[in-house]
Design a protein around this ligand. Structure first.
Ligand code: FES
Ligand code: FES
Length: 208
């Protein structure tokens, strides 16, 4: 991926611009150690991105989406705030609750705990990509059948994680389902319904 920077406006000073100025003779004694400057210069040479926005392409639910983000932006924030893909929810924002779960090349990940730039070139699937109200996948249908939600805030993450789980474990036992979905939390405590739903989905003919 090539490096790109927006043209800085007159009121902003980027870290890189500052370092370049420093390197060409600006007196800044005491602000940065020479070690820090050398580390920053080395990072630039090694292709470190940012800190300004850079253009990236994310493949979300089968569609290539182009956007500009700062390298520090999480995949979750890029999806929700830039791509209007709001199925993944922000709850803990620290890799604990699973509300932000998406599939990355089919594997469930916490999208709050990875950077958008890290997801370039990977297939990202959110709950929106698993089915539609008219054509739900087996997990979604089972959640509806068993009324496996209360407030519903955790549901997209659970459905996404459960879909990955059922695909990988079509003959899972109840204990295995409990363990397999241990990375997702429901504050409303709707676990009994969700357990029945996922158990049902494992029996679905035609898979998920
Ligand atoms: S919001 Fe990502 S794990 Fe909770
Ligand atoms: S249904 Fe409310 S948090 Fe799970």
């Amino acid at each position: 991926m090539s490096e790109h920077h927006d043209t800085p406006d007159v009121t902003s000073v980027t870290r890189r611009g500052f370092l370049k100025g420093f390197g060409t003779g600006t007196v800044a004694t005491g602000l940065l150690s020479s070690t820090a400057v050398h580390e920053a210069m080395a990072a630039e040479k090694n292709g470190v991105l940012g800190p300004g926005e850079i253009p990236i392409t994310l493949k979300v639910n089968g569609r290539n989406r182009q956007l500009n983000v700062e390298p520090r932006v999480t995949l979750l924030d890029a999806l929700r705030n830039r791509l209007d893909t709001t199925g993944p929810k922000k709850v803990c924002d620290r890799g604990t609750c699973g509300a932000c779960t998406v599939l990355l090349d089919g594997q469930p990940v916490y999208s709050c705990s990875m950077l958008a730039v890290e997801a370039e070139g990977r297939a990202i699937t959110t709950v929106e990509g698993l089915g539609t109200p008219d054509k739900m996948n087996a997990v979604q249908q089972a959640f509806v059948k068993h009324d496996a939600q209360q407030c519903g805030f955790c549901t997209p993450g659970f459905v996404t994680a459960a879909t990955a789980f059922v695909r990988k474990n079509p003959n899972a036992t109840t204990d295995e389902i409990c363990k397999g979905l241990g990375g997702n939390l429901c504050r409303c405590g709707t676990y009994a319904g969700m357990l029945l739903a996922v158990a049902d989905a494992t029996k679905a003919k035609g898979g998920v």
